[in-house]
Write a protein of this length. Structure first.
Length: 128
């Protein structure tokens, strides 16, 4: 957890190679290693962690926000792009309180993240 949250790629790589490490385990705040790495925008670690089949990239924190929701609200466009590039992450999936990722991005107000999350037709219609 600490290694992912602090961006220690070498330690994360070593932990990924161990079968006895639960990489979905939550810290005292409810965050998983992926959630913690996404929160601090550690792009390299965010790319590495979901490489193991047993890691759930949509595992929400206790408050119900997934790593994608968190990064969309927190202005981390590069991490949002990494997560959106995965086929096992659904930005339209509602979280604990019924919100999808786009409302978090709108609340954060970061135009680059909002553009990444809007359907192409919505972007085309907004420029007409």
């Amino acid at each position: 957890m600490l290694a992912a949250g602090n961006g220690h790629r070498g330690v994360v790589k070593m932990l990924l190679g161990r079968d006895d490490v639960n990489l979905n385990k939550r810290d005292e705040g409810g965050g998983t290693p992926l959630w913690c790495a996404a929160r601090k925008a550690h792009e390299a670690v965010v790319k590495m962690l979901p490489s193991r089949a047993d890691i759930d990239p949509e595992n929400p924190r206790v408050a119900g926000r997934t790593p994608l929701m968190l990064t969309a609200f927190g202005w981390h466009a590069e991490v949002v792009e990494i997560l959106l590039g995965r086929t096992d992450i659904n930005s339209g999936k509602p979280g604990k309180y019924g919100r999808t990722t786009l409302p978090y991005a709108l609340a954060g107000g970061y135009a680059q993240v909002i553009a990444l999350l809007q359907p192409p037709t919505a972007v085309a219609n907004s420029t007409a």
